[in-house]
Structure formats: structure tokens, C-alpha cells
Design a protein. Structure first.
Length: 112
């Protein structure tokens, strides 16, 4: 099986990967406008850069860059999904904590 055959599905999606990368960078820039958002703006910008780099490496691999470029693109995508997964887990944990604190605060107000 040739590299073009292996890279084809990601090559076909490279436009969407690049689009999502650019949108993540824009979201990070919008976060950076606020003071509190400035603390977290680096994360979507970093994720956007990872997607943009993966898209470029996929394109290079498909156009004859070989297995190394393809592996680099997969490494970028792996990092993106790991970081995104950690962010989702942290968000879920924080959401549960907020609900618990709200319920306890409501119960404390009810019993007072």
C-alpha cells in the first residue's frame, strides 16, 4: 500500500482540519481580549497551531513527503486529542464541583 493510499482520508479532510485550527486560534485571540481569558487563551491557540501543523504535514505526506511527514501529522493529531481530552475531563470535574457547591449552598440556605 502506498503512502498516498494511507494518507488519503486525512488528506481529504485537511481543509476542515486547517479550518478548525484557524477557528481555534481566533477563539484564543478572542479569549486574550479579556483579563481572565488571557490566562486560558494560550490553550486554544496551541491546539489551533497543532491542527494547522498537522494539516500541513498531511498535505506534504500525500504529495510525496513520505512516512516521516505522515507520522509527524499523526503525532500532532495525537497531542491535540490528548490535550482536548484532558480539557474535557477537567471541565466535567469542575462542572460537577459547581453543581455540588450550588446544591450544598441551596441546602444551607434552606436550613437557615
Amino acid at each position: 500500500m502506498e503512502m498516498k493510499d494511507v494518507a488519503l482520508p486525512l488528506y481529504q479532510a485537511k481543509g476542515w482540519i486547517r479550518f478548525l485550527g484557524v477557528m481555534m486560534i481566533v477563539v484564543g485571540a478572542l479569549y486574550a481580549i479579556t483579563i481572565i481569558g488571557l490566562l486560558f487563551a494560550w490553550l486554544p491557540i496551541w491546539l489551533g497551531v497543532l491542527l494547522f501543523q498537522a494539516s500541513s504535514r498531511i498535505e506534504h505526506a500525500y504529495e510525496g513527503g513520505g512516512a516521516l511527514s505522515f507520522m509527524e501529522s499523526l503525532q500532532k493529531l495525537k497531542t491535540y486529542f490528548i490535550v482536548n481530552g484532558v480539557v474535557v475531563l477537567v471541565s466535567l470535574i469542575l462542572a460537577v464541583l459547581v453543581v455540588v457547591v450550588a446544591l450544598l449552598g441551596g441546602l444551607a440556605a434552606f436550613w437557615s
